[in-house]
Design a protein around this ligand. Structure first.
Ligand code: IPE
Ligand code: IPE
Ligand code: MG
Length: 249
């Protein structure tokens, strides 16, 4: 097995509690969390991780108080204006997954522009999940498959997991090898439901603004020590049952 994950997926959680502990408004926590995003990107670039997917804002997060949602939108906008040049310089390909039409015109334009500028970069693919929900992703893929059937390009009996998977977000990337959630909650919160089918999970109580390189290293060490079996037996994996494993990947 690979020692270092090719694709890391992260739920960046705990900003609000970090601020509350300091008796500060939640938005201060989100601002502090933005710094950890840079640390995490640097870590991936240094360690040769090919893809990083960050959960920044869930479809359900729209239900938060209006002032928090507004503050988050302003933070996104500011972060895009501030960081895209440097990300581009460092060879990062930036992409957004999620229901983009729920954002305002201004933000949508910035997202599209950032994707266009960085499209040719190869050092790291950074996918930011914004207004993203795993169930919404599956529903969108279902609509796309149904449209192919309706147009006569696809037969119902030919639909399998490859057909559906091809329409899901991140279909062009290797599936996430390692998932990290900060903030102490042991749940997926409607993140990449389809894509995480065989991902190794790692949780920490550390709040997102306090996450450091040491802990990322610890997660990677845990990952490297695990045996990924993909439904096979340990003996098959030990025997290097390559073709079967490849077909599952
Ligand atoms: C994660 O931190 C960031 C977003 C969901 C936007 P939270 O805001 O969920 O922080 P907690 O979980 O309340 O501490
Ligand atoms: C998940 O965190 C979403 C993001 C980190 C963007 P939440 O804070 O929204 O998750 P729950 O509500 O605790 O499940
Ligand atoms: Mg939270």
């Amino acid at each position: 097995m690979r020692e270092v994950p090719r694709h890391l997926a992260v739920i960046m959680d705990g900003n609000g509690r970090w601020a509350a502990r300091r008796r500060r408004p939640r938005v201060i926590g989100h601002r502090a969390g933005a710094r950890t995003v840079n640390l995490c990107i640097d870590f991936c670039l240094e360690r040769g991780i090919e893809a990083l997917t960050l959960f920044a804002f869930s479809s359900e997060n729209w239900g938060r108080p209006e002032d928090e949602v507004g503050a988050l939108m302003r933070l996104f906008l500011a972060a895009l204006d501030r960081e895209v040049g440097e990300l581009h310089r460092r060879g990062v390909r930036l992409r957004f997954i999620g229901e983009r039409d729920r954002f305002g015109e201004n933000l949508r334009q910035r997202m599209t522009a950032a994707e266009a500028v960085t499209a040719g970069n190869t050092a790291l693919t950074l996918s930011v999940a914004a207004s993203y929900g795993g169930r919404q992703d599956i529903a969108a893929a279902t609509r796309a498959v149904a449209a192919e059937v309706a147009s006569g390009r696809l037969r119902v009996e030919d639909i399998d997991e490859t057909t559906v998977g091809a329409h899901m977000a991140l279909a062009d990337l290797p599936e996430p090898d390692l998932f990290i959630r900060t903030g102490g909650d042991l749940r997926i919160s409607n993140f990449l439901l389809w894509q995480l089918a065989y991902t190794e999970l790692w949780f920490t109580d550390t709040l997102w603004p306090e996450l450091g390189v040491d802990e990322l290293e610890r997660a990677l060490r845990s990952y490297a020590s695990r045996e990924r079996r993909f439904g096979l037996t340990g003996a098959q994996i030990a025997a290097g049952d390559g073709p079967l494993q490849e077909s599952i990947r």
